[in-house]
Design a protein around this ligand. Structure first.
Ligand code: PLP
Length: 492
């Protein structure tokens, strides 16, 4: 019998997995009498399990493995060299060459004056850090000489811009802003702060009360809007909702608006024309920091190093993780503009936040090597050039009666599944459970495709392969999904 890890046979490995490993977001009871999927090897866009079966990874290991699975030797050498030189030191009060080089590299790839990089261990930590940074930014600025407040005599009046002296402003604002605004159905991670920002009730509910205060506004899902609504009207509708939410809660209490350039949960919601320009204007008007959560979209997924550049978002903060190292290391970052950094440069100030592993030298060396490979192989340029073909290939699936919509961009797509295409009627919760978890997920896996059937919003299939995927892989995705979705339709 072949062993797949030192000392353990496949059967022993299976038993140990069942007895000891606790999988994330997994109904573990489902594995009491069935096999835990154990992935043992990767190559290009493909994975192999402990039984020797091959899978096309159409999810890039959770939207992360930009360069695919074949660069382990090269990246491993960079990691080993760093291990020999300096296996660890922290960014807590100290710098070291790899963190400095990576910060400079990320700053050079990020648009505008997003020049300052704070390293963390992953996406959720990046979100936590961004919210804390936004909160502290306002108190670090010390005084709000131009504060926004209701005219005191008339609490019902709209907000107006009034110039106060520092003392008056401090009284009115308490020198604090703490609220965050994000969008319905958006996923931003699982730690308490990031979870609170999430717009997915099923993930939030078990852990309430959450961190105060987060308000959720409409996302850019256009599929269920009136069919006659123009793009311009849709943009106006969304921006109106954002502005009204800010006005209603009190702009002087809002620290940050946080949104993904293209929202993943719910199924690759791209922004309508003028949306980001409008969000930026509203944030400027109310002096709120705008954070682009690019945990998925950064590092090539939408055909640019940062989606903020592609959509001209001009955020004050960017959060990123996954693709920064192609997930070969657990490293993420918050990237801040010079303006956000400014109050923290005053001699006695600091961002009162840190984690031991932030900027870990081995993780930073891996991320640097990943970026070097992405540049050398022109991976971002390739996504930009190929995205039209990718859409055309996936669009074949729109012929299926169960596929209502194809949306997304770059190498980042979702298919929305519907019960009735004419009326765009979606499935009931019970049907979703039966269709997605009960049938599609195991059936795709059985057919050799790792893809996600997701019903955090309306039911979608998410397609986000490594950025080295070619026509062969997209044809294969269409072939397998074509078969599996036809079977699903017959079962409804
Ligand atoms: N933000 C977005 C947009 C994400 O998609 C994710 C994870 O998928 C996160 C944050 C959280 O990242 P992590 O799982 O690395 O904590």
């Amino acid at each position: 019998m072949t062993t797949v890890s030192p000392g353990l046979s496949p059967a022993e490995l299976q038993k140990a997995a069942r007895d000891h490993l606790w999988l994330h977001f997994t109904q573990m009871g489902g594995y009491l009498d069935s096999e835990v999927p154990i992935i043992v090897r990767g190559e290009g866009c493909y994975l192999e399990d402990a039984n020797g079966k091959r899978y096309l990874d159409a999810l890039a290991g959770l939207f992360a493995v930009q360069i695919g699975y074949s660069y382990g030797d090269e990246v491993g050498e960079a990691a080993a060299a760093q291990m020999r030189e300096l296996p660890f030191y922290t960014n807590w009060s100290y710098a070291h060459p790899r963190a400095i080089e990576l910060a400079a590299e990320v700053a050079s790839l990020a648009p505008g004056d997003l020049n300052r990089v704070f390293f963390v261990s992953g996406g959720s930590e990046a979100i936590e850090s961004a919210w804390k940074l936004a909160r502290q930014y306002y108190s670090a600025r010390g005084e709000h000489r131009t504060a926004l407040a209701r005219i005191p005599a008339d609490p019902g009046a709209p907000h107006v811009r009034v110039d106060f002296d520092a003392e008056q402003a401090a009284k009115l604002t308490g020198e604090r802003r703490w609220k965050a605004i994000s969008r319905h159905v958006a996923y931003h991670g699982t730690t308490m702060g990031a979870l609170s920002i999430n717009g997915i009730p099923a993930l939030r509910n078990p852990f309430e009360p959450l961190v105060p205060d987060v308000l959720h506004v409409r996302n850019t899902n256009r599929y269920h809007r009136p069919t006659k609504e123009t793009e311009e009207q849709f943009t106006h509708f969304l921006l109106d909702d954002l502005e009204q939410t800010i006005e209603a809660t009190g702009p002087e209490t809002v620290a940050m608006v946080i949104m993904e350039p293209v929202q993943n949960a719910g199924g690759a919601f791209t922004p309508p024309e003028g949306y980001w320009r409008g969000v930026r204007e509203i944030c400027d008007r109310y002096e709120i920091l705008l954070c682009a959560d690019e945990v998925i979209t950064a590092f090539g997924r939408v055909g640019a190093w940062f989606a903020s550049e592609r959509y001209d978002i001009r955020p004050d903060l960017i959060t990123c993780a996954k693709g920064l190292s192609s997930a070969y290391a657990s490293i993420g970052a918050v990237v801040a503009t010079d303006r956000v950094m400014e109050p923290f440069l005053e001699s006695s100030r600091m961002f009162t936040h840190g984690i031991t592993f932030g900027g870990h030298p081995v993780q930073a060396a891996i991320a640097l090597k990943n970026i070097e490979i992405m540049k050398r192989e022109k991976i971002v340029e390739r996504v930009a050039a190929e995205q039209g073909n990718v859409r055309d290939t996936l669009a074949q699936l729109l012929e299926l009666p169960i596929v209502g919509d194809l949306r997304g961009t770059g190498f980042f797509y979702a298919l929305e599944l519907v019960k009735d295409k004419e009326t765009r009627t979606t499935f009931t919760d019970e049907e979703c459970e039966r269709l997605l978890r009960g049938f599609l997920t195991p059936r795709m896996f059985e057919a050799g495709l790792i893809c996600r059937a997701d019903d955090r919003g309306d039911p979608v299939i998410q397609i986000s392969p490594p950025l080295v995927a070619g026509q062969t892989e997209f044809d294969k995705i269409v072939g397998i999904l074509g078969e599996v979705l036809t079977e699903a339709w017959e079962r409804i």
